[in-house]
Design a binder for this molecule. Structure first.
Ligand code: GLU
Ligand code: MG
Length: 442
């Protein structure tokens, strides 16, 4: 933090021939928004004087109180590598402010910053590494997306089967240029499905990086005539798109989840954190899995979780502890999907983990077997609960979770209201499946 001063930004804009600065923020539902200002307006932008009409943003303020301001985080200044390299375009990620300069409670980035205050007070830093999956689909003659792919590759396959190779390469190079470190990229299990893993960093930068990543993937896929989608389950019979998040707490530069003396190498802090995540996983599910479609991914099979359990190795569990220990010790939460708002999801996960620490919760015994194959009676005997089965179920669980509601603050109710409308709209649909099943039989 504190990499760039206002002077640095002015100099970079001059030296790099930047003509447009995109002032970016994310709305309550995870959509990236921006306004481009010309270089002549940079001083006003740095002074936080660029305005927006909040009433035109979904989930934001009412029309009577609509003026809001964008205060840029100078450290997020980056040139967009996919825009022309003369008269360049840069972006800065902003905090949405009220007219009196206070942080707007409905800005997800402000929500995460507030949540991070609690972990700082404990002398800890939350580090996050995200693994993002997506599909690259073909477009038709008019450029409209399809769900078809010419790619017949599978997990870890390489060219010439893998038609997404060039896009993955371009995304990785673009992100590195923007200061987003990438650890690995590969073809995923389904045809046309890919994954890129971002290197862990502090939670706020990680959420910013996820938003940057999604923009880069969409933009560069389009340049290659493909359509990139982060939709959680675009194809019924193929794996869905997950966004696993690797979480760890550091104290004075050392990983506080590691304990050499523990047979599993996990500290009591890590165990409390795991227990907190399990305790609130139903409550934050509507944030981590925000779409009607999200719940079609959270079903047995295809390595997506559906049960509230943790395990060292098993990918059917909600939480997995990957093998590395020492500085690499981490908790992998497997439920989130890439349609989620990363700021709200990370704020809620952090609050859940810290609640586990505060209450010194103990996690249940870890599960060794494959949860997909475990009979219902055994799940019940072990008191293993399920994740919500639908968006409606998740919204009810969120409402019932005081900690998650409090973490989101005054805009939690607004989130639920809009999402419930989405659910109701879906509920009223008559689907092809229903017609196929009932039209003739009944
Ligand atoms: N695609 C799977 C999911 O929906 C995850 C596969 C993996 O383990 O990487 O979560
Ligand atoms: Mg994967």
């Amino acid at each position: 933090m504190g990499v760039y001063s206002g002077e640095d930004i002015l100099r970079l804009i001059r030296e790099e021939d930047v003509q447009f600065i995109r002032m970016q923020f994310t709305d309550l539902f995870g959509q990236l928004k921006n306004v481009a200002v010309t270089a002549s307006q940079i001083q006003r932008a740095l002074d936080g004087e660029i305005m927006l009409d909040g009433s035109s943003i979904q989930g934001s303020v009412r029309v009577e109180e609509s003026d809001q301001f964008l205060k840029p985080d100078l450290d997020t200044f980056a040139i967009l590598p996919w825009r022309p390299q003369y008269g360049k375009v840069a972006r800065m990620i902003c905090s949405v402010r009220n007219p009196d300069g206070s942080p707007f409670a409905g800005d997800p980035r402000n929500v995460l910053e507030r949540a991070l205050g609690a972990v700082r007070d404990l002398g800890l830093t939350l580090n996050v590494g995200a693994e993002l999956e997506f599909f690259l689909f073909l477009t038709d003659e008019e450029g409209n997306p399809s769900t078809r792919t010419a790619d017949q590759a599978g997990y870890f396959d390489l060219g010439p089967l893998d038609h997404g190779e060039s896009t993955r390469r371009e995304v990785t190079l673009a992100l590195e240029k923007m200061g987003v470190a990438v650890e690995a990229s590969h073809h995923e299990a389904a045809a046309g499905q890919h994954e890129i893993d971002l290197k862990y960093t502090d939670a706020l930068s990680a959420a910013d990086n996820i938003m940057t990543f999604k923009l880069a993937v969409k933009t560069l896929a389009q340049k290659n005539g493909l359509h990139a989608t982060f939709m959680p389950k675009p194809l019924r019979d193929a794996a869905g798109n997950g966004m696993h998040i690797n979480l760890s707490l550091f104290r004075d530069g050392r990983n506080a989840f590691h304990d050499e003396s523990d047979p599993r190498g996990l500290s009591p802090l890590a165990r409390h954190f795991i227990a907190g995540l399990l305790d609130h996983a139903r409550g934050f599910c509507a944030l981590a899995n925000p779409l009607v479609n999200s719940y079609k991914r959270l079903t047995a099979g295809c390595e997506a979780p559906c049960c509230l359990a943790w395990s060292s190795a098993n990918r059917s569990a909600l939480i997995r502890i990957p093998v590395p220990r020492g500085q690499g010790t981490r908790v992998e939460l497997r439920s989130p999907d890439p349609a989620c708002n990363p700021y709200l999801t990370l704020a809620a996960c952090l609050a859940a983990g810290l609640d586990g620490i505060r209450r010194e919760l103990t996690p249940p015994p870890e599960i060794a077997g494959n949860l997909y194959d475990m009979p219902t009676e055994e799940l019940a005997a072990r008191r293993i609960r399920n994740l919500p089965a639908s968006l409606e179920d998740a919204l009810r669980a969120m409402e019932a979770d005081g900690l998650v509601m409090e973490t989101l603050g005054p805009y939690a109710a607004r989130y639920i209201q809009d999402k419930r409308r989405e659910w109701e709209e879906y509920r009223a649909q008559v689907t092809q499946w229903e017609l196929d099943r009932y039209l003739v039989a009944w």
